[in-house]
Ligand binder design. Structure first.
Ligand code: UDP
Ligand code: MG
Length: 323
């Protein structure tokens, strides 16, 4: 039997934590009763630098019940970093790790099926949404377009899979050996390899509080995903550059011939147009290159990906670890 750790990143989730903790506890008890996990399995809440009472609630839960552990990051580092911090801590004590959102949008009953796949030898089990009926049209449309675009860019991601997944300790440890700073776990986990499978689930609505992923964060996340995993945008720019160079050469030749034939016209319009067009393309190219240079800059700094302030877990003493 294996010890399960459920890792839940929380950013300003005071409204959902009481209910979430109750339901997760019930789930763990049920799984322990049926012998799928050991009774000392845990729920690990990661407080991603919340400014509300999230950490007080986690600390209180931990005091009342040893099922609940907590990790507090020293400041808000974003969902992906919080997830990784929790997974790393969980892999120290647990045999199998499941990550899910605090708002229980991910159906927790899929955990049973994930564990079954794990028993069958899968080291990574992806939770995949069976439908997006409850999403807004805009979210559904942009998300699907995005997945398709990622695939076209050569990034291996699982369609309609968010960060609801099971990983064995071994898989998490392998993931830890990726030392990149720009985290996009959806793209990184498939690179880890091992036997994997998917489990379908119905994604519900957030039952309280509001989304911590406003459009701005979502776009930043999507762009990060592309530029962290694919160099195709650079190649596209390069190809565009070559194509324009060829066109420019043809136009040069053409205008020279026209001039030699004595048919010159003072083409102010075309001149201004081409200056603008080329200027725009150059700026675009510079922007894309700048994006990658920014990434290189961040990676070479080797900054810690997160800093843990406190760990509340009965099986550990170390606090203040820098990872
Ligand atoms: N989250 C986090 N740090 C952040 C933003 C979000 O840890 O900076 C957590 C949040 O508490 C939740 C999960 O990430 O557990 C997903 O966020 P949310 O449910 O708001 O996103 P949505 O489901 O709307 O995409
Ligand atoms: Mg949510």
């Amino acid at each position: 039997m294996d010890r399960l750790y459920i890792v839940v990143p929380c950013y300003k989730e005071e409204e959902v934590l009481p209910e979430t903790s109750k339901r997760l506890k019930a789930k763990l008890e049920e799984l322990a009763r049926t012998g799928q996990i050991t009774p000392d399995s845990r729920v690990l809440f990661v407080d991603d630098g919340s400014t509300d009472r999230t950490w007080e609630i986690i600390a209180a839960l931990h005091r009342q019940d040893e099922t609940f552990s907590g990790v507090k990051l020293s400041r808000n580092r974003g969902h992906q970093n919080a997830l990784l911090a929790g997974m790393e801590e969980a892999a120290r004590h647990g045999d199998v790790i499941i990550t899910m959102d605090a708002d229980l949008q991910d159906d927790i009953d899929a955990v049973d099926r994930m564990l079954e796949k794990y028993q069958e030898g899968c080291e990574v089990v992806y939770g995949v949404r069976s439908s997006r009926a409850k999403d807004t049209f805009f979210k559904r449309f942009t998300a699907h377009g995005y997945y398709r675009f990622m695939q076209a860019m050569g990034v291996d991601i699982v369609y309609d899979h968010a960060d609801y997944r099971l990983m064995s300790r071994r898989a998490v440890e392998a993931l830890m050996s990726f030392s990149e700073v720009n985290l996009f776990l959806r793209g990184m986990v498939p690179l880890v390899g091992f036997k994997s499978d998917t489990v379908l689930y119905e994604r519900g609505e957030r039952f309280a509080g509001e989304s911590k992923y406003p459009l701005k964060k979502m776009i930043a996340f999507a762009l990060d995903g592309i530029t962290s995993f694919s160099v195709k945008p650079i190649r596209l720019i390069l190809n565009l550059g070559i194509a324009i160079f060829v066109v420019a050469a043809v136009i040069l030749l053409y205008s020279l011939i026209r001039k030699l034939c004595g048919q010159t016209v003072s083409g102010w319009t075309s001149l201004v147009c081409s200056i603008w067009a080329l200027g725009g393309i150059q700026l675009l190219a510079l922007g894309v290159i700048g994006e990658y240079i920014g990434k290189i800059y961040n990676e070479t700094k080797r900054r810690p990906r997160y800093i843990i302030e406190t760990v509340l877990d009965d099986s550990t003493e170390d606090a203040g670890a820098i990872k």
